[in-house]
Design a protein around this ligand. Structure first.
Ligand code: ADP
Length: 405
Protein backbone atom coordinates (compact mmCIF):
# COMPACT_ATOMS: atom_id res chain seq x y z
CA UNK A 1 0.00 0.00 0.00
CA UNK A 2 1.18 3.52 -0.73
CA UNK A 3 2.04 5.65 2.30
CA UNK A 4 2.02 9.12 0.80
CA UNK A 5 -0.36 11.63 2.40
CA UNK A 6 -1.19 15.23 1.56
CA UNK A 7 -1.91 17.05 4.81
CA UNK A 8 -4.02 20.21 4.65
CA UNK A 9 -4.47 22.72 7.45
CA UNK A 10 -7.07 25.29 6.46
CA UNK A 11 -7.22 28.29 8.81
CA UNK A 12 -9.49 31.32 8.67
CA UNK A 13 -7.41 33.04 5.97
CA UNK A 14 -4.62 30.60 5.19
CA UNK A 15 -3.96 27.12 3.91
CA UNK A 16 -0.87 25.20 4.98
CA UNK A 17 0.06 21.92 3.36
CA UNK A 18 2.64 19.18 3.41
CA UNK A 19 3.14 16.17 1.18
CA UNK A 20 4.80 13.48 3.24
CA UNK A 21 5.26 9.82 3.92
CA UNK A 22 2.95 8.84 6.76
CA UNK A 23 5.29 6.11 8.00
CA UNK A 24 8.67 7.86 7.95
CA UNK A 25 7.41 11.44 8.28
CA UNK A 26 9.75 12.49 5.47
CA UNK A 27 8.28 15.52 3.68
CA UNK A 28 8.54 15.83 -0.07
CA UNK A 29 7.20 19.36 -0.20
CA UNK A 30 5.60 21.86 2.09
CA UNK A 31 3.93 25.22 1.57
CA UNK A 32 1.27 27.73 2.41
CA UNK A 33 -1.21 30.12 0.88
CA UNK A 34 -1.66 33.15 3.09
CA UNK A 35 -4.07 36.11 3.09
CA UNK A 36 -6.78 34.24 1.22
CA UNK A 37 -9.59 36.59 0.15
CA UNK A 38 -7.47 39.69 0.79
CA UNK A 39 -6.11 42.20 -1.70
CA UNK A 40 -2.80 40.44 -2.06
CA UNK A 41 -2.12 36.80 -1.23
CA UNK A 42 1.18 35.02 -0.72
CA UNK A 43 1.94 31.54 -1.98
CA UNK A 44 5.01 29.66 -0.80
CA UNK A 45 6.01 26.21 -2.03
CA UNK A 46 9.18 24.65 -0.63
CA UNK A 47 10.77 21.65 -2.24
CA UNK A 48 14.35 20.33 -2.18
CA UNK A 49 15.40 23.12 0.19
CA UNK A 50 14.17 25.87 -2.16
CA UNK A 51 11.19 28.15 -1.50
CA UNK A 52 9.17 29.38 -4.47
CA UNK A 53 7.24 32.49 -3.45
CA UNK A 54 4.53 34.24 -5.41
CA UNK A 55 2.47 37.29 -4.43
CA UNK A 56 -0.96 37.59 -6.01
CA UNK A 57 -4.58 37.75 -4.94
CA UNK A 58 -6.12 34.42 -3.97
CA UNK A 59 -9.91 34.65 -4.14
CA UNK A 60 -11.00 31.77 -1.90
CA UNK A 61 -10.17 28.25 -0.70
CA UNK A 62 -10.93 26.73 -4.04
CA UNK A 63 -8.45 29.12 -5.65
CA UNK A 64 -5.94 28.34 -2.86
CA UNK A 65 -6.18 24.59 -3.33
CA UNK A 66 -6.09 24.78 -7.11
CA UNK A 67 -3.01 27.02 -6.81
CA UNK A 68 -1.45 24.44 -4.51
CA UNK A 69 -2.00 21.65 -7.02
CA UNK A 70 -0.54 23.96 -9.68
CA UNK A 71 2.51 24.67 -7.48
CA UNK A 72 3.13 20.92 -7.21
CA UNK A 73 2.83 20.61 -11.00
CA UNK A 74 5.21 23.52 -11.64
CA UNK A 75 7.85 23.02 -8.97
CA UNK A 76 7.37 19.37 -8.15
CA UNK A 77 6.94 16.76 -7.04
CA UNK A 78 3.93 16.09 -9.26
CA UNK A 79 1.02 14.73 -7.19
CA UNK A 80 0.24 11.28 -8.49
CA UNK A 81 -3.36 10.71 -7.38
CA UNK A 82 -2.91 6.94 -7.54
CA UNK A 83 0.11 7.18 -5.24
CA UNK A 84 -1.77 9.30 -2.71
CA UNK A 85 -3.08 7.11 0.12
CA UNK A 86 -5.14 9.91 1.67
CA UNK A 87 -5.63 13.61 2.10
CA UNK A 88 -5.43 14.33 5.84
CA UNK A 89 -7.31 17.39 7.09
CA UNK A 90 -6.72 19.12 10.36
CA UNK A 91 -10.15 19.86 11.82
CA UNK A 92 -10.22 21.95 14.97
CA UNK A 93 -13.47 20.88 16.60
CA UNK A 94 -14.92 17.39 16.60
CA UNK A 95 -17.19 18.05 19.60
CA UNK A 96 -18.24 14.88 21.42
CA UNK A 97 -18.92 13.21 18.08
CA UNK A 98 -15.40 12.23 17.12
CA UNK A 99 -12.90 10.46 19.34
CA UNK A 100 -11.06 9.04 16.32
CA UNK A 101 -10.16 10.33 12.88
CA UNK A 102 -12.97 9.93 10.34
CA UNK A 103 -13.02 9.13 6.63
CA UNK A 104 -15.10 11.96 5.24
CA UNK A 105 -18.43 11.18 3.62
CA UNK A 106 -21.67 13.14 3.42
CA UNK A 107 -22.68 12.01 6.90
CA UNK A 108 -19.40 13.20 8.44
CA UNK A 109 -19.72 16.52 6.60
CA UNK A 110 -23.24 16.96 8.00
CA UNK A 111 -21.99 16.26 11.54
CA UNK A 112 -19.19 18.79 11.03
CA UNK A 113 -21.71 21.33 9.82
CA UNK A 114 -23.65 20.77 13.01
CA UNK A 115 -20.47 21.50 15.02
CA UNK A 116 -19.85 24.93 13.46
CA UNK A 117 -21.49 26.82 16.37
CA UNK A 118 -18.86 25.29 18.67
CA UNK A 119 -15.95 26.65 16.59
CA UNK A 120 -17.33 29.47 14.44
CA UNK A 121 -13.88 30.79 13.53
CA UNK A 122 -12.18 27.51 12.64
CA UNK A 123 -14.59 24.83 11.51
CA UNK A 124 -16.07 26.70 8.51
CA UNK A 125 -12.56 27.01 7.00
CA UNK A 126 -11.86 23.34 7.71
CA UNK A 127 -15.16 22.37 6.08
CA UNK A 128 -14.43 24.48 3.04
CA UNK A 129 -11.01 22.80 2.71
CA UNK A 130 -12.69 19.39 2.91
CA UNK A 131 -15.29 20.22 0.28
CA UNK A 132 -12.80 21.59 -2.21
CA UNK A 133 -10.34 18.73 -1.67
CA UNK A 134 -13.12 16.20 -2.24
CA UNK A 135 -13.83 17.81 -5.59
CA UNK A 136 -10.19 18.02 -6.60
CA UNK A 137 -9.26 14.51 -5.43
CA UNK A 138 -12.51 12.57 -5.80
CA UNK A 139 -10.89 9.13 -5.71
CA UNK A 140 -8.61 9.75 -2.75
CA UNK A 141 -9.94 9.14 0.80
CA UNK A 142 -10.30 12.39 2.72
CA UNK A 143 -9.63 11.94 6.42
CA UNK A 144 -10.58 14.47 9.09
CA UNK A 145 -8.23 14.46 12.09
CA UNK A 146 -9.57 16.41 15.05
CA UNK A 147 -7.70 18.59 17.55
CA UNK A 148 -10.26 17.62 20.16
CA UNK A 149 -10.36 13.83 19.61
CA UNK A 150 -7.42 12.96 21.86
CA UNK A 151 -9.17 14.52 24.85
CA UNK A 152 -12.40 12.57 24.49
CA UNK A 153 -10.96 10.19 27.11
CA UNK A 154 -11.23 12.86 29.82
CA UNK A 155 -13.39 11.66 32.70
CA UNK A 156 -16.72 13.34 33.25
CA UNK A 157 -15.55 15.16 36.36
CA UNK A 158 -12.73 16.79 34.35
CA UNK A 159 -14.78 17.86 31.34
CA UNK A 160 -17.88 19.08 33.18
CA UNK A 161 -18.15 22.75 34.16
CA UNK A 162 -19.98 23.47 37.41
CA UNK A 163 -22.88 25.24 35.70
CA UNK A 164 -26.52 24.17 35.29
CA UNK A 165 -26.21 20.71 33.80
CA UNK A 166 -28.66 21.59 31.00
CA UNK A 167 -25.92 23.81 29.55
CA UNK A 168 -23.93 20.66 28.92
CA UNK A 169 -26.73 18.33 27.96
CA UNK A 170 -28.69 20.70 25.75
CA UNK A 171 -26.09 23.19 24.55
CA UNK A 172 -22.90 21.09 24.53
CA UNK A 173 -21.16 23.43 26.98
CA UNK A 174 -18.34 21.31 28.38
CA UNK A 175 -14.57 21.15 28.17
CA UNK A 176 -13.21 19.63 24.95
CA UNK A 177 -9.50 20.50 24.84
CA UNK A 178 -7.34 21.11 21.76
CA UNK A 179 -3.80 20.47 20.43
CA UNK A 180 -4.72 16.77 20.44
CA UNK A 181 -2.60 15.69 17.47
CA UNK A 182 0.41 17.31 19.09
CA UNK A 183 -0.26 15.51 22.38
CA UNK A 184 -0.64 12.18 20.61
CA UNK A 185 2.67 12.62 18.78
CA UNK A 186 4.67 13.99 21.68
CA UNK A 187 3.45 11.47 24.24
CA UNK A 188 4.45 8.52 22.06
CA UNK A 189 7.86 10.05 21.42
CA UNK A 190 8.34 10.81 25.13
CA UNK A 191 7.53 7.21 26.12
CA UNK A 192 10.13 6.01 23.60
CA UNK A 193 12.74 8.33 25.12
CA UNK A 194 11.91 7.02 28.59
CA UNK A 195 12.17 3.41 27.37
CA UNK A 196 8.60 2.75 28.55
CA UNK A 197 5.42 1.70 26.81
CA UNK A 198 2.87 4.46 26.25
CA UNK A 199 0.36 2.45 28.33
CA UNK A 200 2.71 2.55 31.28
CA UNK A 201 3.66 6.23 31.12
CA UNK A 202 2.20 9.23 32.93
CA UNK A 203 3.03 12.61 31.48
CA UNK A 204 2.42 16.29 31.97
CA UNK A 205 2.80 17.78 28.51
CA UNK A 206 3.24 21.52 28.01
CA UNK A 207 2.45 22.62 24.47
CA UNK A 208 3.70 26.21 24.54
CA UNK A 209 3.41 28.00 21.20
CA UNK A 210 1.41 31.00 20.16
CA UNK A 211 -1.53 29.02 21.42
CA UNK A 212 -0.58 27.23 24.63
CA UNK A 213 -2.06 24.39 26.63
CA UNK A 214 -1.11 21.71 29.11
CA UNK A 215 -2.36 18.14 29.40
CA UNK A 216 -2.28 15.38 31.99
CA UNK A 217 -1.84 12.09 30.15
CA UNK A 218 -2.16 8.72 31.87
CA UNK A 219 -1.17 5.67 29.85
CA UNK A 220 -1.52 7.52 26.54
CA UNK A 221 -4.99 8.83 27.42
CA UNK A 222 -5.77 12.45 28.23
CA UNK A 223 -7.30 12.81 31.69
CA UNK A 224 -7.29 16.61 31.75
CA UNK A 225 -6.23 19.54 29.64
CA UNK A 226 -6.18 23.29 30.13
CA UNK A 227 -8.11 24.45 27.06
CA UNK A 228 -11.83 23.97 27.46
CA UNK A 229 -14.98 24.72 25.49
CA UNK A 230 -12.77 26.88 23.26
CA UNK A 231 -9.00 27.34 22.96
CA UNK A 232 -9.27 30.43 25.18
CA UNK A 233 -9.22 28.72 28.56
CA UNK A 234 -6.14 27.79 30.56
CA UNK A 235 -2.61 29.03 30.06
CA UNK A 236 -1.64 32.58 29.12
CA UNK A 237 -0.95 32.70 25.37
CA UNK A 238 0.50 35.01 22.73
CA UNK A 239 -2.70 37.04 22.41
CA UNK A 240 -5.23 35.08 24.53
CA UNK A 241 -5.90 35.63 28.21
CA UNK A 242 -6.31 32.04 29.31
CA UNK A 243 -8.19 31.67 32.64
CA UNK A 244 -9.89 34.79 33.96
CA UNK A 245 -12.80 35.40 36.30
CA UNK A 246 -15.87 35.18 34.03
CA UNK A 247 -17.53 37.95 36.04
CA UNK A 248 -15.09 40.39 34.37
CA UNK A 249 -17.17 40.10 31.20
CA UNK A 250 -20.28 41.47 32.90
CA UNK A 251 -18.22 44.17 34.57
CA UNK A 252 -16.85 45.40 31.20
CA UNK A 253 -20.29 45.28 29.68
CA UNK A 254 -21.86 47.24 32.53
CA UNK A 255 -19.13 49.85 33.06
CA UNK A 256 -17.84 50.40 29.50
CA UNK A 257 -20.87 49.31 27.51
CA UNK A 258 -18.75 46.78 25.60
CA UNK A 259 -20.57 44.27 23.46
CA UNK A 260 -19.82 40.56 23.74
CA UNK A 261 -18.02 40.79 20.39
CA UNK A 262 -15.76 43.53 21.77
CA UNK A 263 -14.98 41.45 24.83
CA UNK A 264 -14.40 38.32 22.77
CA UNK A 265 -11.95 40.13 20.52
CA UNK A 266 -10.09 41.67 23.43
CA UNK A 267 -9.69 38.33 25.22
CA UNK A 268 -8.73 36.42 22.08
CA UNK A 269 -6.60 38.86 20.12
CA UNK A 270 -5.50 41.67 22.42
CA UNK A 271 -4.68 39.87 25.65
CA UNK A 272 -2.06 37.33 26.77
CA UNK A 273 1.58 38.43 26.67
CA UNK A 274 0.66 40.89 23.90
CA UNK A 275 -1.87 42.64 26.10
CA UNK A 276 0.62 42.91 28.95
CA UNK A 277 3.73 43.88 27.00
CA UNK A 278 2.83 44.98 23.48
CA UNK A 279 4.49 41.98 21.79
CA UNK A 280 3.47 38.37 21.35
CA UNK A 281 6.63 36.95 19.79
CA UNK A 282 8.51 35.34 22.68
CA UNK A 283 11.90 36.04 21.14
CA UNK A 284 11.18 39.78 21.20
CA UNK A 285 9.58 39.51 24.64
CA UNK A 286 12.66 37.82 26.10
CA UNK A 287 15.00 40.33 24.48
CA UNK A 288 13.01 43.24 25.95
CA UNK A 289 13.00 41.54 29.33
CA UNK A 290 16.77 41.22 29.20
CA UNK A 291 17.01 44.89 28.23
CA UNK A 292 15.18 45.81 31.44
CA UNK A 293 11.63 46.36 30.09
CA UNK A 294 9.37 45.98 33.15
CA UNK A 295 6.22 45.20 31.14
CA UNK A 296 7.99 42.42 29.24
CA UNK A 297 9.35 41.01 32.51
CA UNK A 298 5.87 40.95 34.04
CA UNK A 299 4.33 39.30 30.96
CA UNK A 300 7.03 36.62 31.10
CA UNK A 301 6.40 36.04 34.81
CA UNK A 302 2.62 35.86 34.43
CA UNK A 303 3.03 33.38 31.56
CA UNK A 304 5.53 31.14 33.35
CA UNK A 305 3.66 31.25 36.67
CA UNK A 306 0.46 30.04 35.00
CA UNK A 307 2.36 27.12 33.48
CA UNK A 308 3.85 26.31 36.89
CA UNK A 309 0.42 26.27 38.53
CA UNK A 310 -0.90 23.83 35.94
CA UNK A 311 2.12 21.57 36.45
CA UNK A 312 1.20 21.41 40.14
CA UNK A 313 -2.45 20.78 39.37
CA UNK A 314 -1.74 18.00 36.90
CA UNK A 315 0.80 16.42 39.20
CA UNK A 316 -2.02 16.08 41.72
CA UNK A 317 -4.44 14.85 39.03
CA UNK A 318 -2.03 12.11 37.93
CA UNK A 319 -0.62 11.11 41.32
CA UNK A 320 2.50 9.71 39.70
CA UNK A 321 4.40 11.47 36.92
CA UNK A 322 7.20 9.98 34.82
CA UNK A 323 8.02 13.08 32.80
CA UNK A 324 7.16 16.69 32.12
CA UNK A 325 7.40 17.24 28.38
CA UNK A 326 7.92 20.64 26.76
CA UNK A 327 6.97 21.29 23.15
CA UNK A 328 5.80 24.14 20.85
CA UNK A 329 7.99 27.09 19.83
CA UNK A 330 8.31 28.46 23.36
CA UNK A 331 8.47 25.09 25.14
CA UNK A 332 11.20 23.95 22.82
CA UNK A 333 13.32 27.04 22.40
CA UNK A 334 13.00 28.97 25.65
CA UNK A 335 15.23 27.64 28.45
CA UNK A 336 14.17 30.67 30.54
CA UNK A 337 10.50 29.67 30.43
CA UNK A 338 11.37 26.07 31.34
CA UNK A 339 13.53 27.26 34.23
CA UNK A 340 10.87 29.67 35.52
CA UNK A 341 8.05 27.12 35.23
CA UNK A 342 9.89 24.03 36.46
CA UNK A 343 12.78 25.27 38.62
CA UNK A 344 12.77 24.72 42.37
CA UNK A 345 10.39 21.76 42.25
CA UNK A 346 12.91 19.31 43.71
CA UNK A 347 10.47 18.29 46.42
CA UNK A 348 8.14 17.09 43.66
CA UNK A 349 11.02 15.11 42.18
CA UNK A 350 11.42 17.50 39.25
CA UNK A 351 15.09 18.53 39.02
CA UNK A 352 16.19 20.53 35.98
CA UNK A 353 19.82 20.38 34.92
CA UNK A 354 20.73 24.04 34.22
CA UNK A 355 23.40 23.18 31.66
CA UNK A 356 21.32 20.66 29.77
CA UNK A 357 18.43 23.09 29.86
CA UNK A 358 20.33 25.77 27.93
CA UNK A 359 22.21 23.35 25.67
CA UNK A 360 19.17 22.01 23.78
CA UNK A 361 19.80 22.53 20.08
CA UNK A 362 17.11 23.36 17.56
CA UNK A 363 14.87 20.53 16.42
CA UNK A 364 16.35 17.74 18.51
CA UNK A 365 14.60 15.97 21.33
CA UNK A 366 16.51 16.15 24.61
CA UNK A 367 16.42 15.30 28.30
CA UNK A 368 16.98 18.44 30.34
CA UNK A 369 16.49 17.04 33.85
CA UNK A 370 19.36 16.05 36.14
CA UNK A 371 20.40 12.41 36.25
CA UNK A 372 18.86 11.80 39.67
CA UNK A 373 15.54 13.49 38.87
CA UNK A 374 12.59 11.20 39.70
CA UNK A 375 10.55 12.96 37.05
CA UNK A 376 12.32 13.41 33.71
CA UNK A 377 12.00 16.74 31.94
CA UNK A 378 12.02 16.29 28.18
CA UNK A 379 12.06 18.67 25.24
CA UNK A 380 10.31 17.02 22.31
CA UNK A 381 9.65 18.80 19.00
CA UNK A 382 6.10 18.20 17.94
CA UNK A 383 5.11 17.25 14.39
CA UNK A 384 1.39 17.66 13.91
CA UNK A 385 1.51 17.09 10.14
CA UNK A 386 3.22 13.74 10.58
CA UNK A 387 0.70 12.75 13.24
CA UNK A 388 -2.20 13.71 10.96
CA UNK A 389 -0.63 11.70 8.10
CA UNK A 390 -0.01 8.74 10.42
CA UNK A 391 -3.57 8.74 11.73
CA UNK A 392 -5.01 9.21 8.23
CA UNK A 393 -3.02 6.22 6.96
CA UNK A 394 -4.11 4.10 9.91
CA UNK A 395 -7.80 4.80 9.42
CA UNK A 396 -7.64 4.20 5.66
CA UNK A 397 -5.76 0.95 6.32
CA UNK A 398 -8.44 -0.15 8.81
CA UNK A 399 -11.15 0.65 6.31
CA UNK A 400 -9.37 -1.38 3.60
CA UNK A 401 -8.90 -4.27 6.01
CA UNK A 402 -12.59 -4.25 6.95
CA UNK A 403 -13.55 -4.32 3.27
CA UNK A 404 -15.00 -0.78 3.30
CA UNK A 405 -15.17 1.22 0.13
P1 ADP B 1 1.91 28.08 16.86
O1 ADP B 1 1.02 28.02 18.05
O2 ADP B 1 1.61 29.24 15.96
O3 ADP B 1 2.12 26.76 16.14
P2 ADP B 1 4.73 27.77 17.54
O4 ADP B 1 4.66 26.47 18.26
O5 ADP B 1 5.39 27.83 16.22
O6 ADP B 1 3.30 28.49 17.48
O7 ADP B 1 5.47 28.80 18.52
C1 ADP B 1 5.57 30.15 18.23
C2 ADP B 1 6.22 30.86 19.40
O8 ADP B 1 7.51 30.28 19.66
C3 ADP B 1 6.45 32.33 19.13
O9 ADP B 1 6.04 33.11 20.25
C4 ADP B 1 7.96 32.41 18.98
O10 ADP B 1 8.46 33.64 19.36
C5 ADP B 1 8.42 31.32 19.92
N1 ADP B 1 9.82 30.98 19.65
C6 ADP B 1 10.35 30.49 18.51
N2 ADP B 1 11.70 30.39 18.61
C7 ADP B 1 12.02 30.82 19.87
C8 ADP B 1 13.24 31.00 20.59
N3 ADP B 1 14.40 30.68 20.04
N4 ADP B 1 13.17 31.48 21.86
C9 ADP B 1 11.99 31.81 22.41
N5 ADP B 1 10.83 31.69 21.77
C10 ADP B 1 10.82 31.21 20.52
Amino acid sequence: MTTQVLVLNAGSSSLKYRLLDGITGVAEATGSVERIGEESGRLTHSVDGRAHVEERPVADFEDALRSTVEAFRQHGPAIDRDALAAVGHRVVHGGSSFSEPAVVDDRVLATLEDLVPLAPLHNPANLEGLRVARELFPDVPQVAVFDTAFHQTMPEHAYTYAVPVAWRDEHRVRRYGFHGTSYAFVSRRAAEMLGRTVEDTNLIVLHLGNGASAAAIRGGRSIDTSMGFTPLEGLVMGTRSGDIDPAILGHLQRTLGWSLEDIDRALTRESGVLGLSGVNDFRVLEQRREDGDAAAALAFDVFAYRVRKYVGAYYAALGEVHAVVCTGGVGQYSPDVRAAALGGLDRLGIVLDPERNVAVGRKEAATVSADGSDVAVLVVPTNEEWEIARQALAVVGEQDASGGE
